[in-house]
Design a protein around this ligand. Structure first.
Ligand SMILES: [Mg+2]
Length: 337
């Protein structure tokens, strides 16, 4: 085996043995020698060695006790024990148990000792290299894990963004079809629904009616109390209307205070019942805010869709019915001709 350079500490109370070590090892290794094991222990608190050679029989501290003490804080540095010829099997086994790496019987052969030292130094260095590689691997794994975590966090953030965008799109879609103040459909959305319902009606034998509502003298409310109160009345009015209609009935804010109500599967008789009910509810309701108590009434025109009638004509007829209701006294329901 090629000689490895290394730093070795030799702890032996015999000066002649120490001299022998110097003779044999000084040219191969860097040697630090101690006759007193207690001083050696102190030295080992601050110095690192590639190998420790330790005598068993020493007056200040036995090699066994030294080994027990030292192994409490360093389990890695190889320790070769110098044993006397009379050392028994059991004693040697015990030494290995408490942390000896190897043993050499005195008197020893120099070539054997050097070979053993080289072997332990090489083993120690291989262990250190493995440990280093392991640390590098762990660092790489840790970097990878951090990267994965970042990717996961980015993905979560992205998913949250997508969810927000979906909600925004839903809102956009809603506001594209609805009036903000009343929550009712706008004209474009309402007429799309009406068109669909008329098409559906052609396939099944049913009825379809429309109510056109107008709040009587609504301009007076705005002029007297201001637009905020006017908006309040409109919003409350809308809630009230919604509460008294079926879920399938569609309401549209047709103009400022003008509304269309699509009553699917309703003939003129049913639509007149609905219209009168709404008229009565509104007439009896008191809109109250900030000490104000406001009463309003509504006029309603009602019309049932005729066979093959176009939307324009249908709307025109219900509009005319509303006109008649307004002209003939308001707070009433008229049906179209
Ligand atoms: Mg001795």
């Amino acid at each position: 085996m090629e000689n490895l350079s290394g730093k070795i500490i030799i702890i032996d109370d015999s000066e002649s043995i120490q001299f022998l070590f110097t003779e044999i090892l000084d040219t191969v290794f860097e040697l630090v020698q101690f006759l007193n094991p207690i001083e050696a222990l102190k030295n080992l608190e601050t110095e690192k060695y590639d190998c420790i050679i330790l005598d068993l029989m020493m007056p200040e501290l036995s090699g066994t006790d030294f080994l027990k003490t030292y192994r409490n804080y360093d389990k890695e540095t190889p320790i070769i024990i110098l044993t006397a010829k009379q050392c028994g099997d059991r004693e040697i086994a015990e030494l290995f148990k408490i942390g000896a790496s190897d043993f050499v019987t005195k008197p020893f052969l120099s070539a054997e000792l050097i070979a053993r030292l080289n072997h332990h130094i090489k083993l120690k260095r291989t262990k250190e290299e493995l440990l280093f590689t392991n640390k590098e691997l762990q660092a790489a794994i840790s970097r990878e894990e951090k990267l994965n975590e970042k990717i996961i966090n980015k993905t979560i953030a992205l998913q949250k963004s997508i969810a927000r965008i979906k909600i925004l799109n839903k809102k956009l879609k809603y506001f594209a079809a609805h009036d903000k103040l009343t929550g009712f459909l706008n004209r474009r959305a309402f007429f799309a629904f009406l068109d669909n319902d008329i098409k559906r009606l052609k396939r099944i034998d049913s009825h379809l009616s429309i109510l056109m509502l107008d709040i009587d003298f609504f301009k007076n409310i705005n002029d007297t109390y201001g637009h905020l109160i006017g908006d309040f009345v409109l919003a409350e009015f809308s809630k009230l209307i919604k509460e008294h209609l079926r879920d399938i009935d569609l309401v549209c804010r047709y103009g400022g205070e003008e509304f269309l109500i699509l009553l699917s599967d309703s003939d003129i008789h049913h639509s007149l019942i609905v219209a009168n009910k709404l008229r009565e509810i509104i007439e009896q309701f008191i809109f109250s805010t900030n000490d104000l108590k406001i009463n309003i009434t509504i006029s309603i025109g009602a019309a049932e869709l005729k066979k093959d009638e176009k939307i324009d004509s249908f709307i025109k007829r219900v509009d005319e019915a509303l006109y008649v209701a307004k002209k003939t006294g308001r707070n009433k329901v008229e049906h179209a001709k």
